[in-house]
Design a protein around this ligand. Structure first.
Ligand SMILES: [Zn+2]
Length: 125
């Protein structure tokens, strides 16, 4: 299910600008599927690491722990950023949003002036 959300783009300098992003809510099954993909990916690397002499003593536990950490982390992400529009408060250049997991605040870099942009949900006063 897609949903539009009003955003506010801020930098250290310049007045905040507004924009809009489109997000997709992920179902519990989709989140579980993504979590298991990451768990099995790192589990596969851990199995491969068993055959590396000496290194397997720390690589196997490392990749098993990474699989659990990234699996749990991706299960907690409940929506994805699909697309969006907005402009840099400093140079007014449009922002390119990449399709990605949605974690607030969204941090992007302006490709024209290289300033860090902090994108948050718009608040209405
Ligand atoms: Zn800019």
């Amino acid at each position: 299910m897609e949903e539009r959300i009003k955003i506010q783009v801020e930098t250290i300098s310049g007045n905040p600008t507004s924009g809009e992003i489109m997000i997709t809510k992920l179902s519990k099954n989709q989140r579980m599927k993504t979590a298991f993909k990451k768990l099995f990916f790192f589990g596969g690397i851990a199995i491969f690491s068993v055959f590396l002499p000496v290194l397997h003593f720390f690589l196997v536990p490392l990749f098993l722990i990474l699989g659990i950490v990234f699996g749990v982390k991706s299960y907690r992400v409940d929506s994805c950023l699909v697309s969006g529009n907005g402009s840099c408060p400093h140079c007014k250049e449009g922002i390119n949003f990449k399709s990605n997991d949605l974690v607030w605040p969204i941090l992007v870099k302006c490709h024209k002036c290289s300033r860090d942009l902090n994108i948050s949900m718009a608040t209405y006063n």
